[in-house]
Design a protein around this ligand. Sequence first.
Ligand SMILES: N[C@@H](CCC(=O)N[C@@H](CS)C(=O)NCC(=O)O)C(=O)O
Length: 293
Amino acid sequence: MNDATTYTPPKVWKWEMESGGRFASINRPIAGPTHDKELPVGKHPMQLYSLGTPNGVKVTILLEELLAAGFSGAEYDAWMISIREGDQFSSGFIDVNPNSKIPALMDHSMEKPTRIFESGAILLHLAEKFGAFLPTDPAGRAECLSWLFWQIGSTPYLGGGFGHFYAYATEKYEYPINRFAMEVKRQLDVLDRRLADNRYICGDTYTIADMAIWPWYGAIVLNRAYDAAEFLDAASYKNLARWTHEIDKRVPVQRGRMVNKSMGPLEGQLHERHDASDFDTKTQDKLEAAQKS
Ligand SMILES: N[C@@H](CCC(=O)N[C@@H](CS)C(=O)NCC(=O)O)C(=O)O
């Protein structure tokens, strides 16, 4: 082990300095709003307040899959919440998600506009509302919900644990990187074994469990997260790779990945989505070219 220093915790922890690393400026030990600001509301039944991160993308993939399957009630406006700018701490956002994290959804098609926060809860709400992408037989439903909740419970070790210490922390320490790499590799193996005999996570049909798991674990295989594919030997998980590539080819998945995205090639960034035609006309490359001319 090569950690240079050790730390003796004080009797009572105090917030004295930023924790360091990327995103340090948005980390606070208190909840609640930092400023007053209402959220915008568009014309569609679903109002999504989000960002094109893996947690945000789960929901835009499902909305695009629902629209592609003909559920017009899934039409949505997607508003960008810039978490680096602290938009998640506005009074309006906190009214929709008291936990100050994207994604958050307002469903205006209900008798009273209803908030849903936590990506897993949003996926379940939409799947039940439209009767799609969630098995209806009790055994299939139980399996699907088990994998959906597996993702919500497991991924903080991948993101907040491994990703933080391997990619975002300003200094690299062997102890946390080893600990979380071990757990993430175990999770990759869980998925690989499951996908050895199953085309999709819950069996023969593509469900919200795939949509929850793919944005995180598919991103590791495709080296779109933390630049860690080689370090984790992601290519060795052959069944996971087969599933990852199959889902990556779906058009609604490709559209969902563009929504509220603020990084990467400009043609892949659709900062706000208010209409299906926005994918053709409002990507950042087109908006910036129009501004210049
Ligand atoms: N368990 C939550 C996690 C959501 C989450 O961690 N969102 C991140 C972006 S991926 C966020 O909004 N971070 C802002 C912050 O921590 O202030 C979910 O699945 O919805």
